[in-house]
Design a protein around this ligand. Structure first.
Ligand code: NAP
Length: 311
């Protein structure tokens, strides 16, 4: 149970790899800690089919299972996890007040922001209209809905390539549509994608419109070199064009860069004393689970030091 009467040692906002690791370290250090997550635990890895580069799992591990293991380990040391949305934090005296969507107000000595980032939208006609009727941002969640039909993936980064490979289990063909002729993804992913018999790479094209009646039926594509418009028939469109930090509620509270990522020093300290940030919401984030985990660990150790010094 969360309580408005307790002065917590640490409130962690966000339950991805960074937040869950911070939670593990805080709980194990016997700090009175709660972790608040508004949606599903795991953040971006919860919607990643296979994590292949997290050390210790040579065969790879599913994002879902890795999340479960992080959670289990943190809870073993006493971390409390609650499904709550934070809408504002503010510092009053030495304490930090955490305002929840429910109207509850929590008090804490420190806060660790591990709010992560969300999929960026394309912003084209049909994208909102056909959400969950052909348009998706999660291959693990929705891939099976497109068994035996043509699928498009938009993007040229690690996510687009990794998830294209996963979608080959379902689609009759997977069109990988990228706005340039060079993929951005790690080389080994590029090689696997470009040599896969079911993946057809379509370079130099952007989506102008997602079209259909009840559900997605086709894409209107524009060639970035010639301007030529073409139609591609697909039933599913998976959009992986990067991430945007989920930091809107922190505007004016902590210093951020021009893209809305939280600025910290190497000790994960933000511009507001007692508030730390880690993982994909931090300026300079690499989008790697191993980095998020390391930063969560640093944030927790620094929070503990801060409490010893100031309380
Ligand atoms: P990303 O690396 O930022 O790549 C986004 C891709 O989308 C780029 O190819 C970009 O094109 C394209 N793009 C951006 N805006 C677009 C628009 N409006 N229209 C069309 N295309 C657009 O994003 P991500 O792949 O989601 O990865 C996010 C982070 O997570 C990265 O740091 C990545 O390394 C990491 N990640 C790692 C793994 C792994 O290690 N296995 C797996 C998944 C993600 P340009 O190339 O032209 O800019």
């Amino acid at each position: 149970m969360i309580s408005e009467d307790i002065l917590y040692d640490c409130v962690i906002v966000g339950g991805g790899p960074a937040g869950l690791t911070a939670g593990l370290y805080c709980a194990r250090a016997k700090l009175r800690t709660i972790l608040l997550e508004k949606g599903t635990l795991g953040g971006q890895i919860a919607i990643t089919d296979l994590v292949e580069n997290y050390p210790g799992f040579p065969e790879g591990i599913s994002g879902k299972e890795l999340t479960q293991r992080f959670k289990q380990q943190a809870e073993k040391f006493g971390l409390e996890i609650h499904r709550k949305e934070v809408i504002k934090i503010e510092k009053v005296g030495k304490e930090i007040l955490i305002h929840l969507r429910t109207g509850e107000l929590l008090r804490s000595k420190t806060v660790i922001l591990a709010v992560g980032a969300n999929p960026r939208r394309l912003g084209v006609k049909g994208e909102e209209e056909f959400l969950n009727r052909g348009v998706s941002y999660c291959a693990t969640c929705d891939g099976a809905l497109f068994d035996g039909v043509p699928i498009a993936v938009i993007g040229g980064g690690d996510s687009a390539c990794q998830e294209s490979l996963f979608l080959t289990h379902f689609g009759s063909v997977v069109y990988l549509i990228h706005r340039r002729d060079q993929l951005r993804a790690q080389k080994h992913l590029q090689e696997r994608v470009l040599s896969h018999p079911k993946i057809k790479f379509i370079p130099n094209k952007v989506v102008e419109e997602i079209r259909g009646r009840e559900a997605v039926e086709s894409l209107l594509l524009r060639d970035t070199q010639t301007g030529e418009l073409t139609t591609l028939e697909v039933e599913g469109v998976f959009i992986f064009i990067g991430l945007e930090p989920s930091t809107g509620f922190l505007k004016g509270t902590v210093e951020m860069d021009d893209k809305g990522y939280i600025i910290t020093d190497h000790r994960m300290r933000t511009s507001l004393e007692g508030v730390f940030a880690c993982g994909d919401c931090r300026s300079g984030a690499t989008g790697q689970v191993a980095v998020a985990v390391g930063e969560g660990c640093i944030a927790a150790i620094e929070a503990e030091r801060y409490i010893e010094e100031y309380f």
